[in-house]
Design a protein around this ligand. Structure first.
Ligand SMILES: Cc1ncc(COP(=O)(O)O)c(C=O)c1O
Length: 417
């Protein structure tokens, strides 16, 4: 190896000192490193491999598209059939019927697109003062400049100077505080409220009972667009095709990525409800000067279509719902461990083991150390801010693999205790 690769979200000095984990193969919920060691993938990589590894049929479809015409720019009026098919398929699953589908290259692109779509929507409606974007504490919306500006995890925004202006933060769990913030600043100035139905990278926080519905109602009352960031929760992870469907949110805009291809190729999408899309599509609206070179990439669309086929055929969103209790109950066994404060989860296959607050305060790296020891024990989990270990396996996981994950985490905890 040459030592040239600069890892994302990494302390490169530590990576150089400790070495890299170099993976080469995957099957189901397992991955293997170049030395042949097997790991249980308890996080579906970065919350995305919903169908599990080793799905050759996705590769076959991509190869066929590659051999025909890999893609072509979709700017203006050009498109390939597979992209049109994907848009129809995704629109058919969208939480709001009649939604239009804007394709991107990933979650951060989708968030960037959603912020611009929201602000431009209000311009088209002749309400140009509606520019303010609202984020929640603990929020993660990707790392483009828009997403960084919407970061409710302070460390993720720090150190880059001024980002997007006109962003305010509200508590993550209080719809009354959202209403008060909008009233305070003036509803006529608010463009959109960004909301992860289940907070992910901020520590895995399922919504308090009634929170999402109440926050949705606040947006309805004040006119603010409700943007459901379903980059993690979409395409099955939350026990339905979208968390917005599960919680009956009828969002104005949905951002997605990850599970749309299960990460076999990079793709994101923004689903605009008819209310939002109409002024853009209206005669005389003119060109929206926004889009990406790889928007609508045909080989990626081919991967997404087969991935959605698998999710549908194997009823994986329903499976995630059926398994959510087993995952939570199994992880709760770890609450008897001295290092563990509690376990969060229960909305789909998305959970976190929370380490004790006093330990995290005394040593903020304790979560990373437990994560590393758990990996040593053959299970991949993801340490998050605040000493939480994320567990978000492929939706194909079975009971014995869930128990393997719990055993691995326990071994990791024991090693650090
Ligand atoms: C809720 C949420 N939004 C946006 C993003 C950004 O997605 P990407 O990393 O694909 O750009 C993520 C990534 O984890 C996410 O969890």
């Amino acid at each position: 190896m040459t030592g040239s690769y600069w890892h994302p979200f990494a302390d490169m000095a530590a990576v150089v000192a400790m070495g890299e984990l170099v993976l080469e193969r995957g099957d189901g919920c397992s991955v293997w490193d170049v030395d042949g060691k097997r790991y249980l993938d308890a996080t579906a990589s970065l919350w995305y491999c919903n169908v599990g590894w080793g799905r050759a049929e996705i590769g076959d479809a991509v190869a066929a598209q590659m051999a025909t015409l890999p893609t072509y720019s979709n700017f203006g009026d050009i498109v390939l059939p597979v992209t049109l098919e994907l848009a129809e398929r995704v629109a058919g699953l969208a939480p709001v019927p009649g939604s239009k589908v804007f394709l991107t290259s990933g979650g951060s692109d989708s968030i960037d697109t959603a912020t611009k779509m929201a602000r431009r929507y209000w311009q088209l409606l002749d309400e140009p003062d509606r520019t303010i974007l609202i984020r929640r504490e603990k929020a993660y919306h990707g790392m483009h400049t828009a997403g960084t500006s919407l970061a409710g995890i302070p460390a993720n925004a720090a150190g880059h100077g001024a980002l997007i202006q006109d962003v305010i933060e509200v508590p993550w769990d209080d719809p009354d505080a959202l209403r008060a913030a909008i009233d305070d600043i003036g509803p006529e100035r608010v463009a959109a409220f960004f909301c992860e139905p289940v907070i992910g990278a901020g520590g895995v926080f399922p919504p308090p009972e009634g929170y999402l519905e109440a926050a949705r109602a606040v947006c309805r009352d004040t006119g603010a667009l409700f943007v459901a960031d379903e980059v993690i929760t979409g395409f099955g992870r939350c026990g339905d095709w979208f968390a917005s469907t599960r919680f009956d949110l009828e969002p104005d805009i949905v951002t997605c990525a990850k599970g749309i291809t299960s990460g076999y190729l990079p793709l994101g999408a923004v689903l605009a409800a008819p209310r939002v899309a109409e002024p853009f599509w209206a005669e005389g609206a003119g060109m929206w000067r926004h889009g990406y070179t790889y928007s609508g990439h045909a080989a990626v669309a081919a991967a997404a279509l087969v991935n959605i086929d698998i999710l549908e055929r194997e009823e994986l969103p329903m499976r995630a719902k059926a398994m959510e209790g087993s995952l939570l109950d199994a992880l709760k066994q770890l609450t008897d461990h001295d290092l563990v404060e509690g376990v969060r989860g229960g909305v789909g296959l998305l959970a976190a083991v929370q380490l004790r607050e006093d330990l995290v305060e005394a040593d903020p790296a304790v979560g990373a150390r437990v994560g590393a020891a758990t990996r040593e024990a053959g299970v991949l989990v993801r340490p998050l801010v605040g000493g939480a270990l994320a567990v978000s396996p492929p939706l194909t996981i079975d009971d014995s693999e869930i128990h393997e994950a719990v055993d691995g985490i326990r071994a990791g905890l024991d090693a650090v205790a």
